[in-house]
Design a protein around this ligand. Structure first.
Ligand code: ZN
Length: 339
């Protein structure tokens, strides 16, 4: 179904190209594109190459969940022809930023068309049978509802946990990343039809790398023993990764980092780690490591390293691109779990 749709889209694009090619002149001016965070920014650069001028709002090691846009961000959005966002309520600050800008370009939701995982509330939803077929995925549309109540929710004693009905961390699935890439490619081709051939060529090379890495990670994880496949991270960012590769991720914090983990959640997690002998915990580049270190101390679990849930590292770090980030996370997990 997904493959079919992708083929259909590519075929449509080829037809559109064939029709457009004789009349559209080659443009040399790079298209100004804004990406909300570093992972999407990297994808846009891979696909757009020299034909795009990408501004990324939340940079390396930045936490998109709790980001506060700056006046410079509003200016960049005002000048953008294309604004590419994750959607699924990952960028809770986006509507206000757009309101504060003169943006009149194309707003593209990179997760458009994926089947998102449902938000998991506590431990009751451990069964994965819920697929939500037939739902309209209204959360996945760019919405202009203009409702901004709860703006100050991050400050109200940690009870303002802001999340949607779906888990936004879909880039943690390499197979879903192909949908991101397709949506970005289509958006760039529409904004700059003269260079669409290049975008589709870049897309093909990029998707081949994504699929090769997906196969490689399947192999890496396949070697792990069945009783060493549960790990603890700071927040619930790895459900898609866990589903793809058969790992279980537990976290004291929920889907967003904008609320504190409750003492009760932490106590329950520690209890579960002791009962199940969960021996590895991982800190995150975007989160304060202290809670995880405390949990590791109390349970005797080892800190297995640093995972990158939702932001790249800088160029000198271990995760300067999306693909290097995914490989780093997989090898870090495998090294800690395999020993
Ligand atoms: Zn997150």
């Amino acid at each position: 179904m997904k493959l079919h749709r992708t083929l259909l889209r590519s075929a449509t694009a080829v037809v559109a190209l064939a029709l457009a090619a004789p009349v559209v002149a080659q443009s040399n001016q790079p298209t100004p594109v804004v990406a909300t965070f570093s992972i999407i920014g990297d994808m846009v650069e891979r696909i757009g190459g020299d034909h795009v001028n990408v501004t990324t709002l939340v940079g390396p090691d930045g936490d998109t969940h709790v980001y506060k846009p700056t006046p410079a961000d509003a200016r960049a959005v005002s000048e953008a022809e294309v604004l590419i966002v994750n959607g699924l309520e990952f960028e809770g600050w986006l509507d206000r930023l757009i309101d504060a800008s003169d943006f009149d370009g194309a707003r593209v939701v990179a997760t458009q068309g994926i089947e998102p995982m449902a938000f998991k509330e506590g431990e009751e939803h451990h069964e994965d049978e819920e697929h939500h077929e037939g739902e309209e995925h209204a959360e996945n549309e760019a919405h202009e509802d203009g409702e901004h109540e709860g703006e100050d929710h991050a400050d109200d004693e940690g009870h303002g946990h802001h999340h949607g009905a779906f888990d936004p961390h879909a880039w943690q699935s390499l197979s879903l990343a192909v949908t991101y890439v397709d949506n970005i490619t289509a958006a760039l081709a529409q904004a700059d039809p003269a260079n669409a051939t290049d975008f589709y060529q870049n897309r093909a090379a990029y998707v081949a790398e994504i699929e090769a890495l997906d196969a490689e990670i399947h192999q890496i994880v396949a070697s792990l023993p069945a009783d060493r496949r549960t790990v603890v991270t700071s927040h619930d960012a790895f459900q898609y990764f866990g589903r793809d590769y058969g790992l279980t991720f537990l976290a004291p914090q929920g889907l967003s980092t904008d609320s504190e983990a409750s003492a009760q959640d932490v106590a329950l997690l520690i209890e579960q780690m002791r009962a199940e002998g969960i021996a590895a915990a991982f800190v995150e580049n975007v989160a304060d490591p202290r809670l995880l270190e405390q949990i590791a101390n109390e349970t005797g679990a080892t800190i297995g390293g640093t995972l990158y849930p939702g932001a790249l590292s800088d160029q000198d770090g271990p995760a300067p691109t999306y693909l290097e980030m995914m490989r780093h996370n997989a090898t870090t997990l495998a090294q800690a779990l395999g020993s």
